[in-house]
Design a protein around this ligand. Structure first.
Ligand SMILES: [Zn+2]
Ligand SMILES: [Zn+2]
Length: 412
């Protein structure tokens, strides 16, 4: 399937003018053999190109390499998205006019970061489709020793060859499913925030996230029932979800309270030191927990409570002295203080109706089990005794308005 991205671009009913760096997304079997054709179609065919691989991917895709004016093969051992490593590679670049990154998530950052710095386009040839980062502009990179999510360059063209992608291990397929099923929560969080706090909202961007979710749900159901993996559908779902982040300039549509679980695992605050899992696995745990809690909340009726800033002693206790300053800074301008909590109470019936669109936890559990997904704290090295704390602690990591964050101004 080839997606022409121009239909999402331009003046929108939300009032914004949407732009996309990505012109075309190709998700097809044997796509790499037609790479030149796609480069021409994207207007990039005649540009001087550097193609970047890591040594593992280079060996695994022998016979499927693409023409290059300059080829860089980075040693896979110890390769990570870190400014010093990327900048070191940049000193070797021979004045490219386009950079092609061929590989998994890490190698993409060796394309998007230099392309951004040099002001040239970047092309992605993903060899996995286990997360939605490929079509996004966000670069998750270590800068001066600290992991940062920053906006860099999105690919002008994505060529996903399903012959390569279908070789992915089942664990990554399951993780990819989780990353998209997370939209059950993120979409509801965004709609609630728009409703109660007037947060900016775009029906088109939200609709695209919903489309990614619907495609993935159908593919996951089919996988659960027949064992057959629809790589084309699953990969397309990831690409669409990634585009929402580019169209909206942030991850609002794709990442709500559930995604903060992945941040929690990455940060390893006290008592979560042993937490460990790939992105989609952590997100699955967050999604399952949110689904359960959101449905429980929908059964009750809240009263509003006055806003109070997060207590510094609480932050220090939960995050430890090393992480606490960052969390305090993040919560300085708490989104919870920007609207009257009574709004949540007044709109509770509408919120309940939104929660009703989230599948019940037992339905999700059955699906997660059937596709081999991780969805319980103990699956990612978290003591189940910490379950009640996982949501409030993770919600403090990011100043984003989610229903979980709103619990601080509600009483049930
Ligand atoms: Zn819009
Ligand atoms: Zn994600």
């Amino acid at each position: 399937m080839i997606m022409d991205c121009s239909k999402y671009v331009g003046k929108c009913e939300c009032g914004r003018e949407h732009t996309l760096e990505t012109r075309m997304v190709v998700v097809e079997y044997d796509a790499v053999s037609r790479f030149e054709q796609y480069m021409d179609a994207a207007g990039l065919g005649d540009k001087r190109r550097t193609v970047v691989y890591d040594s593992n991917v280079y060996a695994l895709t022998k016979g499927k390499h693409i023409r290059a004016d300059q080829e860089i093969v980075l040693p896979a051992q110890g390769l990570r998205s870190e400014d010093i490593l990327i900048e070191e590679m940049m000193t070797k670049l021979e004045a490219p006019e386009v950079i092609v990154a061929y590989g998994a998530g890490t190698i993409m950052d060796f394309g998007r970061y230099p392309a951004f710095k040099l002001g040239i386009p970047f092309v992605a040839v993903p060899t996995l489709a286990s997360s939605d980062g490929f079509t996004a502009s966000i670069c998750s990179v270590i800068i001066k020793g600290q992991k940062k999510s920053i906006s860099m360059k999105a690919p002008a063209l994505v060529v996903a060859d399903l012959d390569i992608i279908q070789g992915a291990p089942k664990r990554l397929v399951a993780s990819g499913i989780n990353d998209i099923l997370a939209k059950y929560i993120s979409i509801v969080d965004w709609k609630i925030a728009a409703m109660v706090a007037g947060e900016d909202f775009c029906p088109m961007v939200c609709g695209l996230a919903q489309e990614a979710l619907d495609i993935m749900r159908a593919a996951a159901d089919k996988y659960a029932a027949t064992g057959e993996i629809d790589h084309e559908a699953m990969t397309m779902a990831q690409m669409k979800s990634g585009l929402t982040m580019q169209l909206w300039d942030n991850s609002r549509a794709a990442s709500g309270a559930e995604h903060l679980m992945a941040h929690l695992v990455e940060m390893h605050p006290p008592r979560f030191e042993k937490a460990e899992g790939i992105h989609g696995e952590c997100v699955g745990v967050g999604t399952f927990l949110c689904a359960k809690v959101y449905h429980e909340l929908a059964e009750k009726r809240p009263k509003a409570k006055a806003f109070e800033p997060l207590n510094e002693a609480w932050i220090r206790e939960k995050f430890g002295d090393e992480l606490a300053p960052g969390i305090i800074r993040e919560n300085e301008k708490d989104v919870l203080s920007t609207f009257d909590p009574q709004r949540i109470v007044d709109l509770w019936d509408e919120i309940r109706a939104l929660i009703a669109s989230i599948p019940p936890a037992d339905e999700l559990e059955e699906l997660y089990k059937a596709v081999g997904s991780k969805y319980l704290p103990e699956h990612i090295g978290i003591d189940p005794a910490l379950t009640d704390e996982m949501l409030p602690v993770s919600a403090a990591i990011r100043n984003r308005l989610t229903l979980v964050r709103m619990l601080r101004v509600l009483e049930f």
